[in-house]
Design a protein around this ligand. Structure first.
Ligand SMILES: NC(=O)c1ccc[n+]([C@@H]2O[C@H](COP(=O)([O-])OP(=O)(O)OC[C@H]3O[C@@H](n4cnc5c(N)ncnc54)[C@H](OP(=O)(O)O)[C@@H]3O)[C@@H](O)[C@H]2O)c1
Length: 300
């Protein structure tokens, strides 16, 4: 039974394409079977007539009866037909090429849309931070942290959650800037953060760190970063505490859970800080908990 296109049916375009493809395959297989039947009849007739007439030429080329030559040529043509039906048309037909092309174009379009969104996001962040810097007389010292509902930020010198979107957010905000951190936070990372100028605060006078500037006070760290319009203080607990007074902005990822730990983020005094952004994200396979991107600006 042949399938007919019917606009009023609820079969979608993909299903129609599948049915049409199946119909074409059935037709080509039928033609192959027909070819095979005719070939067998042809073989029998030729071999019989060959036996009846016992026709033979003397030349080397015609060492075999003529019917053998015809049969082998026909069999070769049949083999090409068979190959076309089962290999060439099945795997590399025009339809297959078209489908592959369509899939590729779709993938590219999705990728382009993602890149566009990322670029727009980065441009927005840069514009916002430039606007903020223009409005303030000096650079914008920004604390960036992720803290649970009970203000916990770490345990045993490690991070305590897996929040892939928060890491992305951190990278986007801090890219190209100075990142100021305590010696313990630096040691909790495998190496200095790439594409950023790493500044480490320690009381040790002989402390050495690869790809990082070492200083022995917060004031010196800020001095080193004075030409950056937005240096970031990236932790940990001791350094956040030291920086609260001099900071202009807090980029806080509030992780919606209460958790145990040994390091915490200082309490945010809402008399001094105003929440200016609050974007909630739900947990998924890449983010262990629900969380919110919060931004606080210091009230002047
Ligand atoms: N969730 C987050 O957003 C986040 C971000 C960063 C870190 N963390 C977590 O926080 C924890 C680490 O924080 P932490 O409070 O233990 O350590 P930290 O703040 O990273 O570093 C403390 C060190 O900084 C130096 N320091 C502190 N005050 C100083 C001062 N006034 N002058 C000179 N140097 C000073 C000292 O280094 P010396 O001992 O060498 O003198 C001190 O031991 C880890 O668990 C980490 O995973 C979480």
């Amino acid at each position: 039974m042949l399938f007919k296109k019917n606009n009023s049916s609820d079969i979608n375009e993909d299903q129609i394409a599948l049915v049409e493809y199946a119909q074409n395959r059935i037709r080509s297989k039928k033609r192959l079977f027909f070819h095979f039947s005719i070939m067998i009849i042809g073989f029998i007739s030729m071999l019989t007539s060959n036996l009846i007439f016992e026709f033979k030429k003397d030349s080397i080329l015609f060492e075999f009866p003529w019917s053998y030559w015809l049969c082998s040529t026909w069999f070769f043509l049949f083999f090409i037909h068979l190959f076309n039906v089962y290999v060439t048309n099945k795997f590399m037909g025009k339809k297959w090429e078209k489908n592959q092309m369509k899939k590729l174009v779709n993938k590219q379009q999705i990728k382009i849309a993602e890149i566009k969104t990322e670029l727009e996001k980065e441009a927005r962040i840069i514009a916002e931070s430039q606007l903020f810097s223009q409005n303030s007389s000096r650079n914008t010292v920004t604390l960036i942290a992720a803290a649970s509902e009970n203000n916990i930020i770490g345990k045993d010198n490690k991070l305590i959650w897996r929040l892939s979107d928060d890491l992305k957010h951190f990278k986007e905000l801090t890219k190209g800037h100075f990142v100021i951190m305590g010696r313990k936070t630096f040691e909790s990372m495998p190496k200095a953060l790439p594409n950023r100028t790493n500044v480490i605060i320690t009381r040790k006078t002989d402390y050495k760190a690869e790809n990082a500037i070492v200083v022995n006070s917060l004031e010196k760290a800020l001095k080193v970063a004075e030409n950056d319009n937005q240096p970031f203080v990236i932790g940990g607990g001791e350094i956040y505490k030291l920086s609260m007074e001099i900071a202009d902005r807090i980029e806080l990822t509030r992780v919606h859970t209460s958790i145990e730990g040994d390091t915490s983020f200082p309490e945010i005094d809402l008399e001094k800080w105003q929440e200016v952004k609050n974007e909630k994200r739900l947990k998924n396979e890449k983010n262990e908990y629900d969380f919110s991107f919060l931004r606080y600006d210091k009230i002047n």
